[in-house]
Design a protein around this ligand. Structure first.
Ligand SMILES: [Zn+2]
Length: 103
């Protein structure tokens, strides 16, 4: 199984090192992040499951609105963990945190 690779030092980053929204490379300490687009797919699956559960159990229209939202964030986060191992994303530098002022 192919692991994730640090774009700076090319060290292998395991799933247990990954934190959201950003984390430090275990080899060089560079602040890394998972691409935002990677997290959308499990979120959409989670929203679909949330909507399906609300529909199957004939919940009120409020639940039909909130179910997909809750599913997107909660189930999407849960589904993202195995997806990191099955289809590892290309890690990116987190410029918002790691940007430094060079004088
Ligand atoms: Zn690194």
């Amino acid at each position: 199984m192919k692991g994730m690779q640090c774009p700076e030092c090319c060290g292998i980053v395991e799933v247990r090192h990954v934190r959201l929204p950003n984390f430090a490379c275990p080899h060089c300490g560079l602040t890394l992040c998972v691409p935002g687009g990677f997290l959308v797919r499990p979120g959409i699956v989670g929203a679909g499951v949330g909507l399906l559960v609300c529909y199957v159990f004939h919940l009120s229209w409020v639940a039909l609105l909130l179910g997909p939202l809750v599913g997107y964030f909660i189930l999407g986060s849960v589904l993202a963990v195995p997806l990191l191992a099955i289809a590892p994303p290309k890690l990116e530098r987190n410029f918002r945190v790691s940007r430094t002022l060079d004088l």
